[in-house]
Design a protein. Structure first.
Length: 263
């Protein structure tokens, strides 16, 4: 007698129930979101989109001049100025979120700097700066955010890293190393907090057209033969997608590449 093939259950089966219906998607309205590095590029595009969607946003910038400009041109967005390298930056950032927008539901670790070139050309000062801005500060911000999230038993930490945090490219060793460090922290925290209501995600953009490369003699998109790079808005779409999944879904990693980027 031939054995019957097992049948996959579908949404039409009475015994099958979607644990989270479509209506349970997390809305952005009134969500309290903190974004570091948000006076230009991806960060600026993100805080504008979040504010337009009804979120309560705290936008961080390095100087008061930059945050004042952002606040003046975007009524309703709260701001916080501070150098990420300051020892108490992370504590003051979270405290400011509580004071200005009533707390923090999502923290987007976006601030960072980039440098590329032959390793021997990197000065000790540049290496220290890269480590301070791209590793030391976001690690401390993550630490403060998680501590706050644990108190309220909920929260979402989103770290914006890079495709080179997954695979190094020539002349990107220092920058790639800092992003690999963020990937390691993110994955470890995600595992550590998997049985809680706290989520940890990594956004890994490929070649994106922002001001980060303005000091380069030649834009890397030329060397990589990328004709149509991503825009800041492309990355914003990915971040918002990550933020608005049902509570039982975690986007652990999300790689976004231009169609013609090979590596």
């Amino acid at each position: 007698m031939a054995k019957s093939k097992p049948r996959l259950r579908t949404s039409g089966d009475a015994a099958w129930k979607n644990p989270q219906p479509e209506s349970s998607m997390n809305s952005l309205k009134d969500r309290k979101v903190v974004v570091t590095g948000s006076t230009s590029g991806i960060g600026l595009a993100l805080v504008k989109a979040l504010h337009a969607a009804g979120a309560k946003v705290l936008a961080h910038g390095r100087t008061a001049e930059k945050t004042d400009t952002l606040r003046t041109s975007n009524a309703g967005i709260s701001t916080f100025a501070g150098d990420v390298r300051e020892p108490d930056f992370a504590k003051r950032l979270v405290s400011s979120a509580v004071e200005q927008i009533g707390g923090c539901d999502v923290l987007v670790n976006n601030a960072g700097i980039v440098w590329a070139g032959p390793a021997e050309r990197a000065t000790p000062e540049k290496i220290s700066e890269m480590v301070a801005v791209n590793i030391d500060s976001p690690f401390k911000v993550a630490h403060e955010a998680i501590a706050y999230f644990k108190k309220q038993n909920a929260g979402h930490l989103i770290n914006v890293t890079s495709i080179v945090g997954l695979k190094a490219r020539i002349y990107s060793g220092i920058y790639s190393g800092t992003k690999h460090a963020m990937e390691a922290l993110s994955d470890s925290l995600r595992q550590e907090l998997a049985r809680t209501q706290i989520q940890v995600s990594c956004i890994e953009p490929g070649m994106t057209l922002t001001g980060l490369h303005r000091d380069f003699k030649e834009h890397p998109m030329k060397a990589m033969q990328v004709e149509t790079p991503l825009t800041a808005e492309d990355i914003v779409d990915a971040i918002i997608f990550t933020m608005t999944r049902p509570s039982h879904v975690t986007i652990a990693n999300l790689v976004i590449l231009p169609k013609d980027q090979r590596t």
